[in-house]
Design a binder for this molecule. Sequence first.
Ligand SMILES: Nc1ncnc2c1ncn2[C@@H]1O[C@H](COP(=O)(O)OP(=O)(O)O)[C@@H](O)[C@H]1O
Ligand SMILES: [Mg+2]
Length: 295
Amino acid sequence: MAQLKIFGGQPERNRPLRCGSRLDKYRIVGRLGEGGFATVYSAVDLVEDRRVALKIPDERYSTNSQTLDDLQREVRIMAKLDHPGVLQLKDARFIDDRFVMVFPLGQESLCDRLSRRLSRSTTVDYILQMVDAVAYAHENRVLHRDIKPENFILFPNYEIRLTDFGLARVEQGTHDVSASGTLGYMAPEQAMGHPSYRSDVFSLGLVIYRMLSGEIPDYPFEAPLPGFNRLRRGLSREFVDVIRKSIDPAPKKRFRDAVAMYNAMAKIRYPLSDQTGNRKVAEQQSLRRSSRRAA
Ligand SMILES: Nc1ncnc2c1ncn2[C@@H]1O[C@H](COP(=O)(O)OP(=O)(O)O)[C@@H](O)[C@H]1O
Ligand SMILES: [Mg+2]
């Protein structure tokens, strides 16, 4: 495999990018967020006259060969995924010694959104999109390994997209002993160094649990789960059963992967106990699917 080349000499460490500064055709507008390795900026593409998000790894990462391999992996995984529920990588390259990944600009992360009220029907619509996106990654043998609300980005029209494949791996049937990921949503076996499709299912289940109940149960789970009554409110039994199964502490009792989880959810005709809500979800889903087919 070709390796990324580092250009130029020794760049300064972490030169801050200020509002108004230019990187090739991009003008920085503001800072959107910071994860462990990178800063994400909103910017304007001055050629296309469009707003974009630029993810720029801290310089100490883009100048070290180990982490360059990680960046290369993240970029190559994202470049091969093409799905409405996965944030699209539009470009990735060095600009003035900085490694820059370019994405469409979203409104906010799911984590930000969860601080305000969400209706049941919108939540279920988001959940179906999220499970569909992870199912697509699994179909392409990609383990995400860091599924959490910060890594889902909201777009207009009630669309939600999965991003941040910085810890993702292509499943090769062998176990990876590193225990990276975010502890809060991590499956117990992943914390022990054994990530699998089932551990992505677990993290996704916990994110869904949090969306519906406002809480995340602490492992080891003990009945009654905190917030479970709130979680159930307005949902059909079948839908709640799928969520419960996805967060079973025993990996073997969960869905094998997000494809199986999606199939179980998509089979449920009435996810909500309220028929008006069900009609709304069905309408949103079919609108979205038909606009996707047309695209
Ligand atoms: N395309 C985007 N549109 C809007 N906000 C974004 C976008 N991408 C990322 N963000 C914000 O930046 C944060 C960090 O982005 P992420 O890709 O997860 O980087 P990291 O690897 O540093 O966690 C996200 O949690 C989100 O708040
Ligand atoms: Mg992140």
